[in-house]
Design a protein around this ligand. Structure first.
Ligand code: ATP
Length: 326
């Protein structure tokens, strides 16, 4: 018999489409198993500031299709200090919350891990980030929706790119990970992707131009992952203007629209499976794990692995993109 009687749920860091589907699944799965649920607003900040409300099944009605997070999210500097985490712990005690589900990216899980160790408190993490940069899970909640948004945007940019014979650099999110740029490029039929993982190894721009990537084409679209390592789309475009002035270059930075929108079926299903699995894990006395998905199977990944390791990109995809864009 599990000792968990009341679970808190929060979303933290950047929002991602599908977070609401996960909140819904966690809430309903907890109640189904006779466990009370408390929604904690604004991430660790709301926990410290006591923004906590008991959730019933109707609190999560009609949200599966909504982007963002009904729990709101925030960055919280105080949680990085021992004093801030002690305040958070006291609030959990006050509210009778004996386990926590924290959904967010790398930072959120890092904070959760430190807190869990410090107070010997049961926490299960859910990978909620469009960047897909968490190790131990094939995909994260929000990634598929963001990828679809990028694809739709690039389809539109292509119309103008081809009308004017232009070279477009389209900047997409991803922090220091190239998943959105690389798969976005494949999905939208872009000519190339400039991603941080490869920028560290070679000059992708020079290689792209020197191999004559647009010999057979009038217009080209290149996806660039936002990152100091790649220089972002602006950085790459500046270089082209200086080093290859023959190109008519344009830049489009997709920005925050990549985070928004109604989650895709895939994200809703992933979030729902993961939300249910998070409660199962707590009831099974699993501690300090992130729920992941590998080969369509739900897995529990120790925080130490999920956070410490960099998730590698699948290098076959580079070849796929190159071959399919000649
Ligand atoms: P995204 O990938 O979408 O940016 P994230 O979860 O990585 O999401 P962060 O801003 O890095 O976003 O982290 C969210 C919150 O997690 C921080 O505001 C802070 O409260 C907490 N956090 C991050 N790192 C730590 C840490 N080292 N110690 C304690 N708490 C942390």
């Amino acid at each position: 018999m599990s000792t968990v009687k009341c679970v808190g749920i929060l979303t933290s860091g950047g929002d991602a489409p599908g977070m609401n589907a996960a909140i819904r699944a966690v809430t309903r799965s907890a109640i189904y198993n006779g466990v009370r649920v408390k929604g904690i607003y604004r991430g660790f900040k709301g926990l410290i500031l006591d923004e906590i409300e008991e959730f019933k099944t109707q609190n999560v009605s009609n949200i599966i299709q909504r982007g963002g997070t009904i729990l709101k999210t925030a960055r919280c500097g105080e949680f990085k200090t021992p004093e801030g985490r002690k305040q958070a712990y006291d609030k959990l005690q006050e509210h009778g919350i004996d386990a926590l589900i924290a959904m967010g990216g790398d930072g959120t899980l890092t904070g959760a891990r430190i807190f869990a160790q410090e107070f010997n408190f049961p926490i299960v993490g859910l990978p909620g980030t469009i960047d897909n940069d968490l190790y131990g899970t094939d995909t994260t909640i929000g990634y598929d929706t963001a990828l679809n948004t990028i694809m739709e945007c690039v389809d539109k940019i292509r119309d103008t790119a081809t009308s004017h014979d232009r070279l477009f650099f389209v900047e997409v999110m991803g922090r220091d990970a190239g998943f959105l740029a690389l798969n976005g490029a494949i999905a939208s039929g872009a000519e190339a992707a400039i991603i941080p993982e490869i920028s560290l190894e070679k000059d992708q721009l020079a290689e792209m131009i020197e191999t004559g990537f647009r010999k057979s084409k009038n217009s080209s679209i290149v996806l660039v992952a936002e990152s100091e390592i790649t220089g972002g789309a602006m950085g790459v475009a500046e270089r082209v203007k200086k080093e290859y002035p023959q190109f008519d270059v344009r830049v489009s930075i997709l920005g925050h629209l990549q985070r928004g929108g109604s989650p895709t079926a895939q994200d809703r299903i992933l979030a729902t499976r993961m939300g249910v699995a998070a409660i199962d894990a707590l009831l099974d006395d699993q501690r300090n794990v992130m729920i992941g998905i590998q080969n369509d199977q739900i897995v529990n990944v120790p925080f130490s692995k999920a956070i410490k390791n960099d998730k590698p990109i699948n290098r076959d995809l580079l070849y796929t993109l190159r071959v399919s864009s000649i």
